[in-house]
Design a protein around this ligand. Structure first.
Ligand code: ARG
Length: 456
C-alpha cells in the first residue's frame, strides 16, 4: 500500500492519483524542499526533538539528494503525490529509519507554503537582475545618442521635440518602479510559515524563528492558520510580473511603431527579425510582438490565481496546489521577455537623420512660440490663442508656420521680433526644456544612472 493510506481499505484509483499529483510543478520546488528540510532538521536537533546523530544522518541524506538534483538524476514519482513525499521516501531509501523523524512538527501544508515562498524569492532575485540588465541596455543605447532629437507624441500625434534618450529613460523609470514592486513582493514572500503544522501549530517545543534565520528569510508567520492559507505573496509576485510585462509590451509597441517605414525612427537588427514565407522583402519584428502578446498571458495568470483564492474557506485547501503553475509560468515567461528585450534594445539601429527631420516640423515648436510670448508678459491663454491663429493662418495658406513673415506674425501679437525664427530648431527646443524632469536633462540623467554602481 502506498504512503499515508493505512487507515484506508482501498488503494487510490490510478486516474484519481494521476489527477491530484503535483509532481510536474513540484519539480521546480525540489531545491527549496531540500533546503527547507535541512533547516527543519537542524531546528529539531536544536530543540532536542531529534538527537545529534539522527540529525547528522538526515542532513547527510539530504546532501546526497541535493547532489542527485544537481546532476539531474532525482526523479519524482507520481506514486508519492508530491515533492514532499518523494523526498521523504528517497531519504528513507538512503538513510533508513531516521528519515521517518524528519516530518516531526511539520505538515505538508506549512512545508509547501515554505517551498513555494523560497521558490518565489529566488524568482524575484532572478527577475530583478534581469530588470537591471534591461535598464542597462536602455542606458547604453541612450548614451550612444546623447544629442539626438525626435518628436515626442501625445495621442500618437506629433507634440514637441524631445531627446531620444529622454524617451528611453521613460522606460527606464517604469522598470525602476517594477524593481521596487518586486522588492516589496520579496518582503511579503520571505515569511517563514514552517511550524504552523497543518494549521494549529504544534505541542512540541519547536522554534520557527531558527528556521527563519537559517533560511535568511525576512520574518516568521504570526498566525498558524493564516500561514497555511496565505498566498498573497504569489498575488504580489504576479501583480509585479503583470505590470512589468505590461511595460515590456508598451516598449515593444513603441519600438514596433518607430520601426515602421512610416515612422522610420529605428531599425531592428537582422538578428532580431524574421522573414515571411511568402513575401521575400519582409522583415518582421516577431520577437517583440511575442513579448507584447505574452503580457496578456501574464496578466491572465494573475487573474487565474485570484480566481483560485477567492472562494476558499479558511485553512489549507487542495485548491492551493493550483496556485503554483501560474507563478511558474509567469516567471519563465517574464524572464525570457526581459532577456529578449535587452538583446533587441542593444541591437537597435537609430535613424538620427529621420528623427530630426520629423522633429523639425515647425508646428512642433508652436508651444515654444507660446512661451516666447509668455516671457514677454502675455497671459498664457492669450498667447495660446495668438499662436493657434497663426497656425490656422499657415495651414489655410499652405505655408509652414516658420514661413509666415514677421508682419504676418505681428498681426497676431505685436511682441514678435526677428528672434522668433530662432525657435524653429528642434535641438534648441529640446535643450530649452530645463525644468526638473524635462527633456533637456536626459543626457545628464543617463550619465548619472550609468555611473551609479547598483545599476551594474
Ligand atoms: N501537493 C500539495 C500542494 O501543492 C501539498 C500537500 C498538501 N496536501 C494535503 N493533502 N494536505 O499544495
Amino acid at each position: 500500500m502506498p504512503v499515508l493510506r493505512k487507515a484506508y481499505s482501498q488503494a487510490l484509483d490510478p486516474l484519481v492519483a494521476n489527477f491530484i499529483t503535483s509532481i510536474k510543478e513540484d519539480s521546480e520546488l525540489v531545491a527549496a524542499d531540500l533546503a527547507g528540510s535541512l533547516a527543519h532538521c537542524r531546528m529539531l536537533e536544536a530543540r532536542a526533538l531529534i538527537t545529534h546523530e539522527q540529525a547528522a544522518n538526515i542532513a547527510g541524506g539530504l546532501k546526497q539528494l541535493s547532489e542527485l538534483v544537481a546532476n539531474g538524476s532525482l526523479e519524482l514519482s507520481a506514486e508519492f503525490e508530491d515533492v514532499h513525499m518523494n523526498v521523504e521516501k528517497q531519504l528513507e531509501k538512503l538513510i533508513g529509519e531516521d528519515a521517518l523523524r524528519l516530518h516531526t512538527a511539520r505538515s505538508r501544508n506549512d512545508q509547501v507554503a515554505l517551498d513555494f515562498r523560497l521558490y518565489v524569492t529566488a524568482c524575484i532575485d532572478t527577475i530583478c537582475g534581469l530588470i537591471r540588465a534591461l535598464q542597462n541596455a536602455l542606458l547604453n543605447k541612450a548614451a550612444q545618442y546623447p544629442e539626438t532629437v525626435m518628436p515626442g507624441y501625445t495621442h500618437l500625434q506629433r507634440a514637441q521635440p524631445v531627446l531620444f534618450s529622454h524617451a528611453l529613460l521613460a522606460f527606464f523609470q517604469m522598470l525602476d518602479r517594477d524593481f521596487e514592486r518586486f522588492q516589496h513582493a520579496r518582503l511579503t514572500t520571505s515569511v517563514n510559515p514552517l511550524g504552523a503544522g497543518a494549521q494549529a501549530g504544534s505541542a512540541l517545543d519547536i522554534d520557527p524563528s531558527l528556521v527563519t534565520s537559517w533560511l535568511k528569510m525576512a520574518s516568521t508567520f504570526k498566525n498558524s492558520i493564516d500561514a497555511v492559507t496565505d498566498r498573497d505573496f504569489a498575488a504580489d509576485f504576479l501583480m509585479a510580473a503583470s505590470l512589468c510585462s505590461t511595460h515590456l509590451s508598451q516598449l515593444s509597441e513603441t519600438l514596433i511603431v518607430w520601426n515602421t517605414s512610416e515612422f522610420g525612427f529605428i531599425k531592428f537588427a537582422d538578428s532580431c527579425t524574421t522573414s515571411s514565407s511568402l513575401m521575400p522583402q519582409k522583415k518582421n519584428p516577431d520577437p517583440v510582438e511575442i513579448v507584447r502578446g505574452k503580457a496578456g498571458s501574464t496578466t491572465g495568470e494573475l487573474v487565474n490565481l485570484l480566481m483560485t483564492l477567492k472562494g476558499l474557506p479558511l485553512g489549507y485547501n487542495r485548491d492551493l496546489q493550483e496556485t503554483k503553475p501560474p507563478v511558474i509560468r509567469a516567471f519563465k515567461s517574464l524572464s525570457e521577455c526581459l532577456q529578449v528585450m535587452a538583446v533587441v534594445t542593444e541591437a537597435i539601429q537609430v535613424q538620427q537623420a529621420r528623427m530630426r527631420e520629423v522633429a523639425s516640423d515647425p508646428e512642433l515648436m508652436a508651444t515654444d512660440l507660446v512661451e516666447y510670448l509668455v516671457v514677454k508678459g502675455v497671459p498664457f491663454r492669450l498667447a495660446h490663442e495668438a499662436i493657434a491663429q497663426a497656425v490656422r493662418q499657415a495651414r489655410e495658406s499652405g505655408t509652414a508656420l516658420s514661413e509666415l513673415t514677421l508682419a504676418e506674425l505681428r498681426a497676431h501679437s505685436s511682441l514678435f521680433e526677428d528672434d522668433v525664427y530662432d525657435l524653429f530648431d528642434p535641438v534648441r527646443s529640446a535643450a530649452a526644456k530645463t525644468s526638473p524632469g524635462g527633456t533637456a536633462n536626459a543626457d545628464k540623467q543617463v550619465q548619472i544612472a550609468l555611473e551609479s554602481s547598483d545599476r551594474l
